[in-house]
Design a protein around this ligand. Structure first.
Ligand code: BT5
Length: 252
């Protein structure tokens, strides 16, 4: 916490040498009444999670594995915007701290050096249509070398150090990320999503390109044209119609 210039985010922080998943621990703490801004952070995760039950490789002393408790006063349908707000915020912070060009792949991946360096996992607890809390999980590969990744990830995954050719302080990066997130989150609550839409489009890697969106309802091929006010991806299909994609993995 020394050198952390936030009012709320990370002011209360729980650190673990090893944990199954910071995400699960943050859920437990939020259920028990933890305040907005509580951060759960671990040196290694043995059961790190991605979306849809996928696993997140979280080896020791190389990355930032953290989960932040949020209690946003927004309607339930707007919660997916938080993933995009976080992606924009983190991309800007990481670009500023590393000098790298950091791109966003909709909805939740950050790319540097052409590889995925960061994944964001937004999970929500709600009763009826009231948001109880949101857990924002962030997995950032900082100092891994190619050999630190399992073979099946090597073609697509990378670290900031691999992209930049030098290593970075994980503590300093985590602090700058929390500072940026707090400022952007407050902005989002006050001004809404519109300012982030422009920032998002400036960092998006897939705009104007042909992509395949693999959704729970099937695969859709088209040109990625942007996002709408809800954060859905706008996919231009062969017949010229725009289809809104709310949940998917993109193949570029
Ligand atoms: C994500 O899921 O990208 C969200 C990852 C969130 C991880 C954080 S770490 C702190 C907190 N605690 C947790 O338990 N989770 C959160 P998704 O879009 O589903 O991507 C998962 C896929 O990315 C996997 O199926 C792999 O293909 C790939 N992958 C796994 N580990 C990776 C890594 N370290 N770097 C890059 N890609 C990885």
């Amino acid at each position: 916490q020394d050198g952390l210039a936030t009012k709320r985010f990370g002011r209360e922080a729980v650190y673990f040498d090893a944990i199954a998943s910071t995400q699960n621990e943050a859920h437990r703490r939020a259920e028990a009444g933890a305040p907005e801004g509580l951060v759960v952070i671990a040196d290694v995760q043995t059961g790190g999670r991605g979306r849809l039950g996928r696993s997140w490789h979280s080896p020791p002393e190389t990355g930032i594995w953290m989960s932040l408790v949020l209690r946003p006063d927004v309607p339930l349908p707007r919660v997916p915007q938080l993933t995009l707000v976080a992606a924009v915020s983190l991309a800007d912070t990481l670009a500023a701290c590393t000098g790298l060009s950091v791109g966003i792949k909709w909805p939740n991946d950050l790319l540097a050096g052409g590889r995925k360096v960061c994944g964001i996992l937004t999970e929500l607890a709600a009763e009826a249509d009231r948001v109880h809390y949101v857990i924002l999980g962030i997995g950032l590969n900082v100092n891994q070398t190619e050999e630190d990744f399992p073979p099946e990830l090597r073609a697509r995954a990378g670290s900031l150090a691999m992209a930049a050719g030098r290593s970075f302080s994980r503590v300093a990066l985590a602090q700058r990320m929390l500072e940026g997130l707090e400022a952007d989150y407050d902005d989002y609550l006050q001004k809404g999503f519109a300012p982030f839409k422009r920032r998002w489009e400036a960092r998006a890697v897939s705009l104007g390109q042909r992509v395949v969106a693999r959704t729970p309802g099937g695969d859709f091929v088209g040109i990625a044209r942007g996002i709408d006010d809800d954060g859905a991806l706008l996919l231009e299909q062969a017949n010229g119609a725009l289809r809104k994609i709310y949940s998917a993995d993109l193949d570029l």
